[in-house]
Design a protein around this ligand. Structure first.
Ligand code: CP
Ligand code: NVA
Length: 305
């Protein structure tokens, strides 16, 4: 596989390979062992949306692999002046060994990958956030010792996270329940995929129903990047209902984890209390962005995925 654009494109064995590699790289980094990776690789990182974790974890990751990262914002590169993505792909492919992109439309990432001769990694689009969910699966497996048979619940907007959780968790052998308002359901691509999993997948408008017997509860902001203008309208629909609080946690299995990709809006999709009680889960998750993405870069640039 040349690129990592969507979890839909990965076989379950490829997901396991990424998670195993992430665990290996994490252990090596903690023990101060040098990674078995060719030195001097260059990662171009295109950002058309804001970022803290994705930017820092990718740049730190390529550095720890013995290479370097180049940050390109749309406002400071020619992309912001309308240079086509096809040309950007062909230019960056002549200089760099891998390209990461965070943008709006998934089609933009697909075009970049089509014209690029080097691996392309999706660092978030409006539809998918594959790197995040690979880090989440690594975290859940670390905490629970397995993925197969666990129940994942997502409460909130049917956004890039909901889509990626649906696909990633089902492929990892988990059951998935998504609670979203009807008008804010996950993308058709994710729902069509989930339809093949029968009663292992549940879509409901009721967060309580989704949380019953959950081993991990995910949530995310009600308005994603690019949806700022819809914030007030969305608040009316989500407020007081799509919030992970003590009442929701009481319905889950004992020891239920919380995963939040961050940034979090305390008092909106999650209470301050639940967030702080599960801070270890959430910041382990944030840390694993580094290890999971190192695994993705390692495998793609070595041609081993
Ligand atoms: N979770 C995540 O992708 O964070 P950033 O937006 O800070 O990169
Ligand atoms: N759904 C959020 C995730 C941020 C990491 C967004 O797209 O803004």
């Amino acid at each position: 596989m040349k690129d990592l654009l969507r979890l839909l494109d990965l076989a379950p064995e490829q997901i396991t390979k990424i998670l195993d590699t992430a665990d290996m790289l994490k252990a090596q980094q903690k023990a101060g062992i040098k990674h078995d990776f060719p030195a001097g690789k260059v990662l171009a990182m295109i950002f058309e949306k804001n970022s803290t974790r994705t930017r820092v974890s990718f740049e730190t990751g390529i550095y720890q692999l013995g290479g370097t990262g180049i940050f390109l914002s749309s406002s400071q590169s020619q992309l912001g002046r309308g240079e086509p993505i096809q040309d950007t792909a062909r230019v960056l492919s002549r200089y760099c060994d891998c390209i990461m992109i965070r943008t709006f439309r998934q089609e933009e990432v697909e075009q970049l990958a089509k014209y690029s001769t080097v691996p392309v990694i999706n660092g978030l689009t409006d539809t998918w956030h594959p790197c995040q969910v690979l880090a989440d699966l690594q975290t859940i497996r670390e905490h629970k010792g397995k993925l197969e048979g666990l129940k994942a619940c997502y409460i909130g907007d049917g956004n890039n996270m909901a889509n990626s959780i649906t696909v990633g968790c089902l492929k990892a052998g988990m059951r998935v329940a998504i609670a979203s308002p009807k008008a804010y359901s996950p993308d058709k691509l994710a729902l069509d995929f989930a339809a093949g999993y029968g009663d292992k997948f549940l879509l409901t408008e009721d967060p309580k129903k989704a949380a019953e017997g959950a081993d991990v509860i995910f949530t995310d902001v009600w308005a994603s990047m690019g949806q700022e203008a819809e914030k007030a309208e969305r608040e009316k629909v989500f407020a007081g209902i799509y919030c992970v609080n003590d009442e929701i946690m009481a319905l889950a299995n004992p020891g239920c984890m919380i995963q939040h990709c961050l940034p979090a809006h305390r008092g909106e999709e999650i209470t301050e209390k639940v967030f702080e009680e599960h801070a270890l889960d959430i910041f382990d998750e944030a840390e694993n962005r580094l290890h999971a993405q190192k695994a993705i870069m390692y495998l793609l640039m070595k041609g081993e995925l």
